[in-house]
Design a protein around this ligand. Structure first.
Ligand code: DOR
Ligand code: ZN
Length: 354
C-alpha cells in the first residue's frame, strides 16, 4: 500500500520567474504546487519602483495557466536611490510584500544593487516603521574575501551593524548556506528569519567540484562543506518557525549554464516538494514538512495560512531531473542525485482523504 501525506498547500518565499518566454515556461511549474510565491525583482532592468512591480505582476498573472489560483507576491529591488515614499505607497496598496537587498555584484543581475549600505538608512527606517520586511542576499562582494566565507563575513560586516542601526527592521536572511548563518538567526530573538533552499539541503561543495565540474549545481551563495549542509538540514527539520522554504529556483537555459562563465542558479521548482519529502523523511521529520513549507513563512509575513491542501504519495523510487523546453532553449531541472519515491498526487479539500 502506498503512503500519503496531506499538508497545507505550500508557499515559496523566494522564487525567480524571469520574464517573457522563460516566465511562460517556468510559471506553471510553481503554480502547480504552490499557493503563493515571493517573486524576486532581479530582472533586466530590475523591478525598482511600485510602477515596475505593478506591471511585472500583470505580466505574471497574464502568463498563469487558466484556472490557476497562484498568487505572486511582489518585491522591490533596493537601490541607493530607492524612495521611501514610493516603498510605503506600494506597501499600503498591497502591491509589495518585501524589499530585496542585493549587494552590488553579488549575483545574477545585481549590478544596480547596493554599494554603500549607510545610504539605505531612510528607506530602512521607513520599512521598520511600516513593518515591511527586508529580504537580504547575504554575501560580501569584496574580492579579497574567499567565496566560501562571503556569507559569514556579510553577517559580521554588514547585516549585524545594519540590524543594530535599525532594530525594528524585520529581516529575512535569504538562502542561508552556513552554520554561522543558522546560528545568527537562532540568536536573534525577534525580527529575523531565514529561508532555506531545497538544493542546499541536498548538495555540498563536493557535489559541484569533485570528480568533474557540475554546472547545474552552481548557485549563489555557493554550497559549502558538509558540516554546513548538516546544520541547514537540522534547522529546516527542527520545527523552529524562524526557518522556512524559499526555493531560490533560478532558471537559466543550458546555453547560459554550460559555458566558460556559467550563470548561477538551480531550477528546482518542478521537483522541490518531492525532494523535500525525501529529505524530511530521511531526517525522521516528515511531520515537520508542513511547518517548513506551508506555515512558518506565512506566519512571519503576517499572511493567512492557505486553506487548500496538497497530497504527496510514496511509490517506486524513480530518477528525477530532465529538461524543460522553453522558448529560449532547454532548461535543466535540478537532479538531486538520488531517485525520488515521493511525488505530488494533487490537491484535495482539507480534511478529506486523498
Ligand atoms: O544562484 C542564484 N541565482 N543565486 C541568486 O542569488 C540569484 C539567482 C538568479 O537570479 O539566477
Ligand atoms: Zn534568488
Amino acid at each position: 500500500m502506498s503512503e500519503h501525506l496531506t499538508i497545507t498547500r505550500p508557499d515559496d518565499w523566494h522564487l525567480h520567474l524571469r520574464d517573457g518566454a522563460m516566465l511562460v515556461a517556468v510559471l506553471p511549474e510553481s503554480a502547480r504546487h504552490f499557493a503563493r510565491a515571493l517573486i524576486m525583482p532581479n530582472l533586466v532592468p530590475p523591478v525598482t519602483t511600485g510602477h515596475d512591480a505593478r506591471t511585472y505582476r500583470a505580466r505574471i498573472l497574464a502568463a498563469l495557466p487558466r484556472g490557476s489560483g497562484f498568487t505572486p507576491l511582489m518585491t522591490l529591488y533596493l537601490t541607493e536611490q530607492t524612495c521611501p515614499d514610493d516603498v510605503s505607497a506600494a506597501a499600503a496598496e498591497g502591491l509589495i510584500t518585501a524589499v530585496k537587498l542585493y549587494p552590488a555584484g553579488a549575483t545574477t543581475n545585481s549590478a544596480s544593487g547596493v554599494r554603500d549600505f549607510d545610504r539605505l538608512r531612510p528607506v530602512l527606517e521607513r520599512m521598520a516603521e511600516i513593518g515591511l520586511p527586508l529580504c537580504v542576499h547575504g554575501e560580501v562582494t569584496d574580492p579579497e574575501v574567499d567565496i566560501f566565507d562571503r556569507e559569514a563575513m556579510f553577517i559580521e560586516r554588514v547585516l549585524d551593524p545594519l540590524r543594530r542601526a535599525v532594530p525594528g527592521l524585520r529581516v529575512v536572511l535569504e538562502h542561508v548556506t552556513t552554520a554561522e548563518g543558522i546560528a545568527y538567526v537562532r540568536a536573534g530573538e525577534r525580527n529575523i528569519a531565514a529561508t532555506l533552499t531545497t538544493h542546499h539541503l541536498v548538495i555540498n561543495r563536493n557535489h559541484i567540484l569533485a570528480g568533474g565540474i557540475r554546472p547545474h549545481y552552481y548557485c549563489l551563495p555557493v554550497a559549502k562543506r558538509e558540516t554546513h549542509r548538516r546544520a541547514l538540514r537540522e534547522a529546516a527539520t527542527s520545527g523552529d518557525p524562524r526557518f522556512f522554504l524559499g526555493t531560490d529556483s533560478a532558471p537559466h537555459t543550458d546555453a547560459a549554464k554550460l559555458s566558460a562563465c556559467g550563470c548561477a542558479g538551480c531550477f528546482t521548482a518542478p521537483n522541490t516538494l518531492a525532494i523535500l519529502a525525501h529529505v524530511f523523511e530521511e531526517e525522521g521529520a516528515l511531520s515537520r514538512l508542513e511547518g517548513f513549507a506551508a506555515q512558518h513563512g506565512a506566519a512571519f509575513y503576517g499572511l493567512p495560512q492557505n486553506r487548500e491542501t496538497i497530497t504527496l504519495e510514496k511509490g517506486e523510487p524513480t530518477p528525477s531531473g530532465g529538461t524543460l523546453e522553453t522558448g529560449e532553449g532547454p532548461l535543466t531541472i535540478f537532479d538531486p542525485g538520488f531517485p525520488l519515491a515521493w511525488r505530488v498526487a494533487g490537491p484535495s479539500a482539507k480534511g478529506c482523504p486523498p
